[in-house]
Design a protein around this ligand. Structure first.
Ligand code: FES
Ligand code: MG
Length: 586
């Protein structure tokens, strides 16, 4: 490998022997020698996202050993350090607060310590974007190693996917079909092993996105956590990052507008999570790449659904991996001319080169491009007087649902309904079964106060289920609209991530229960049918109140965060790029 002077030399072989001695001595106290640290070998960080508080990523505590082996065998020196935990299901009030916090912490570590390149260990939803955003800010060579999904869940002979089973079990519990004990048993069955969600929820989506962006070795995302290939992938990743350090293959040489457009198209084709929208936008902004709202419709709508995984389809991760995983889905898109094959990747080869010979071996789960599960199954961007931007995942809209809201057969994309408005999820839980609201199948449920500023942190609460009385009559879902997000494992047809949010004075602040809302999918619009002077009158009443911050970070988060349409970034952070180009002063 070519000679290179790594930035870690500025610590371990610096212009001042007194400082060099100080930097070196404490690393020796766990057995490293001055020779290895002063050998000129690259110091490779392993950003450890697994812990007891991050069960989705906990496999990385084991996997890191294989990463270290790979790094050592390729001639690097590994140094593992913790990343702020992000556990989607357990973090209150919402894990959304933690993406920017983990990002910030990781930037400081990568910038301020003698690290030449980094393995980003990922899994649970936001651990992937947090790592990629930080790697772009610092711009040292970085590679994504996901921990992999759990094994497929089974219950009484049926596949049960994590997350997705919860939304179904909630409906069945409310309808009186299962007991509380059965609810728990279903949930446990969906999570049979180490790993992240086994559905095409946000975790699988974001790790597929990392692969589509060219940041993981091909095939990495879908390997189930307990499979032997996972440990082998960890080893290969460790080896490759050392070569990348020598090649100076930094995120800025991989992440381009084309690679982000690929990520949008892949997200649509796999039936990926709507949470990919703010995360992809955030990663792009931190990489200095401009994405426009329309890009979601232009590159992410007219894409067929190719992957038959829950929640949009039937199966789970193990079968997806065995069929070829993300490269096989990308292969279909590449053949159809839907991917930009020339993009660079961590392998040192192009996307198109990486996909050679990666055709699917199982057409039941990865369909042919010309025989997809659904046509035009991607994302639609909507705007109107309720918001300037919101996103909808069309792959989960059922035919039954289309029929119910249709007002005019000549306009099959236009739906109307009566708004039922809730101020945050607490208000929803408090009042959803209130007979006075008179909720029927002509209603549209609206939740506000769930965005980055309002909640704070943008909560996954927009997939609200109908009142128990409707569930008992077999009405499984109502259209929902909100300024929060929705779990990627949900099959609810929702209008999400509405920006600007109610707390920022967006249109949702002015809608009232009883208003008619019109959704026109063909025109990309969503409006309350309320006269402008009436909206102006309502504005006099002010924005609906939101709860106070409960921790210092919540206050800092609110003071710095942008809207979901622009990635809910820490706004002042997106201008920092390539901070490692200059070594920090002593
Ligand atoms: Fe962590 Fe789904 S809750 S991956
Ligand atoms: Mg989630």
């Amino acid at each position: 490998m070519a000679e290179r002077r790594f930035r870690s030399r500025d610590w371990f072989d610096s212009d001042r022997i007194d400082m060099t001695a100080l930097y070196l001595e404490r690393f020796m106290n766990y057995g490293l020698t001055p020779d290895e640290l002063r050998s000129g070998k690259p110091i490779i960080g392993i950003a450890q996202s697994g812990s007891d508080l991050s069960p989705c990523n906990r496999i990385h505590v084991e996997l890191a050993k294989r990463v270290r082996d790979g790094i050592r065998d390729a001639g690097g020196v590994p140094m593992e350090f913790p990343v702020h935990p992000i556990f989607e299901n357990c973090r209150r009030p919402t894990a959304a607060l933690d993406r920017n916090l983990a990002y910030l912490g990781l930037v400081e570590i990568l910038h301020g310590y003698p690290i030449d390149a980094v393995v980003l260990t990922t899994g649970c939803d936001k651990t992937t974007p947090a790592g990629v955003m930080a790697a772009s800010t610092v711009d040292i060579p970085a590679i994504v190693l996901s921990g992999g999904p759990m094994l497929d869940g089974w219950f009484e002979g049926e596949l049960v996917g994590s997350g997705t089973v919860i939304w179904k079990a909630r409906r069945r519990l409310a309808a009186g079909e299962i007991t509380e004990e059965e609810f728990l048993a279903l949930a446990a069955a969906s999570a049979p092993s180490a790993g992240h969600c086994n559905t095409m929820g946000t975790a699988s989506t974001m790790n597929a996105v990392a692969e589509a962006l060219g940041l993981s070795l091909p095939g990495c995302a879908a390997i189930p956590a307990p499979y032997r290939e996972r440990g082998q992938m960890a080893y290969a990743t460790g080896r490759r990052i050392v070569e990348m350090a020598y090649e100076d293959l930094r995120p800025s040489r991989i992440l381009t507008r084309d690679s982000f457009l690929n990520a949008i198209t892949v997200t649509a084709a796999i039936g990926g999570s709507t949470n990919a929208q703010p995360h992809i936008v955030a990663m792009a902004r931190h990489a200095g790449v401009e994405l426009r709202d329309e890009d979601w419709s232009l590159y992410g709508y007219d894409v067929p659904l190719l992957v038959n995984m829950q929640p949009a389809g039937k199966y789970l991760s193990e079968r997806f991996h065995r069929a070829g995983g993300v490269p096989a889905a990308m292969w279909e898109l590449l053949q159809a001319g839907k991917l930009r094959g020339g993009c660079a990747t961590v392998t040192g080869r192009s996307v198109a080169d990486n996909l050679q010979g990666r055709e699917s071996t199982d057409r039941e789960i990865i369909a042919r491009y010309d025989q997809p599960l659904k046509e035009r199954a991607g994302f639609l961007v909507l705007k109107g007087n309720l918001f300037d931007f919101a996103i909808m995942k069309t792959s989960v809209i059922s035919d039954e649902f289309r029929q119910r809201y249709l007002r005019d057969p000549a306009r099959p994309g236009t739906f109307e309904g009566r708004a039922i408005v809730f101020d945050g999820p607490d208000d929803y839980h408090h009042r959803i079964n209130d007979p006075a609201l008179n909720i029927d199948e002509s209603c549209i449920l609206v939740v506000r106060g769930a965005g980055p500023l309002g909640f704070p942190g943008s909560a996954e609460v927009v997939n609200m289920q109908p009142p128990d009385a409707l569930l008992k009559r077999g009405v499984r879902s109502l259209p929902t609209i909100g300024d929060g997000r929705q779990s990627g494992t949900s099959d609810s047809p929702s209008i999400l991530n509405a920006s600007p949010e109610s707390a920022a004075g967006g249109g949702l602040a002015w809608v009232r229960t009883g208003d008619t809302i019109r959704i026109d999918l063909d025109a990309g619009r969503c409006d309350m049918l309320v006269a402008d002077d009436e909206i102006a009158r309502r504005k006099q009443q002010g924005v609906p109140p939101t709860p106070p911050s409960k921790t210092p970070w919540q206050e800092l988060y609110r003071a710095t965060v942008g809207q979901l349409s622009t990635g809910a970034c820490l706004e002042s952070a997106v201008d920092y790029r390539g901070t490692a180009a200059e070594t920090p002063r002593h």
